[in-house]
Design a protein around this ligand. Structure first.
Ligand SMILES: N[C@@H](CCC(=O)N[C@@H](CS)C(=O)NCC(=O)O)C(=O)O
Length: 212
């Protein structure tokens, strides 16, 4: 199996954390942000993540990839799911995107390894979100807008080892979003959120992304 990914991509991290929880080795290829050709050749469109299975067939949906990886050997994501967690994940994304997207090209990540790749991202995200410098200048207000969601998550977390007490697909929904939010240097996670984030990242053997 080979996962084509961007390092900053939270959907990619869903698949990577599932493999890591299972101690499964996933072959990984980081695609340059402007390398649409690799994606087109694999699946005929520009999309990441792409998981090419052992039989050579590519998968396009991150949650399908998670299910595929988890089904190898004994599944680990067997705990109950809570609709509150899905709702939390859906509502936090519009608040975290203006904080995280403008920071990714500043972190020295491999998908931005050429100036063309970095500028390709900056131009694309400018079209989607507006000027990235202006967005970074609004960091304080953006953090203030995000904190109530993190405090809500703090109340929802049942254990530092699993958001619902037992590993489930909800962990795959939550941990990648926290990994993204953690790129914001001035953002302090509430106590249980921090404990969960650090425990899970240690458990899967991943360092957080750089923060700026
Ligand atoms: N349904 C897909 C969505 C994938 C997706 O939205 N990926 C984003 C990157 S995280 C993407 O491909 N964006 C287009 C681009 O980067 O040009 C999944 O969950 O795997």
């Amino acid at each position: 199996m080979r996962l084509y990914l961007f390092e900053h991509c939270s959907l990619c991290f869903r698949v990577r954390m599932t493999a890591a929880l299972k101690r499964l080795h996933l072959q990984e290829t980081v695609v340059l942000e402007d390398d649409s050709g690799t994606m087109m050749d694999l699946v005929g469109k520009r999309v990441i993540p792409i998981l090419v299975k052992d039989d050579g067939v590519p998968m396009l949906e991150s949650m399908d990839m998670v299910a595929h990886v988890d089904a190898i050997g004994d599944p680990v994501l067997t705990g109950p799911q809570r609709p509150e967690i899905t709702a939390w994940a859906d509502s936090v994304i519009p608040k975290s995107v203006p904080l995280t997207w403008p920071r990714y090209p500043l972190l020295g990540l491999p998908e931005f390894g050429t100036v063309a790749a970095r500028d390709h991202y900056i131009v694309r995200k400018h079209k989607a979100l507006g000027d990235l410098v202006e967005l970074r200048a609004k960091t304080r207000e953006q953090i203030d807008a995000l904190m109530p969601d993190l405090e809500q998550l703090d109340r929802l977390i049942e254990s530092p080892m699993a958001v619902n007490g037992k590993l489930s697909l909800d962990d795959v929904r939550v941990l990648p979003l926290l990994r993204s939010a953690a790129v914001v240097k001035g953002l302090r996670f509430p106590h249980k959120v921090r404990d969960y984030f650090e425990t899970m990242m240690n458990r899967i053997g991943y360092e957080p992304l750089p923060a700026i």
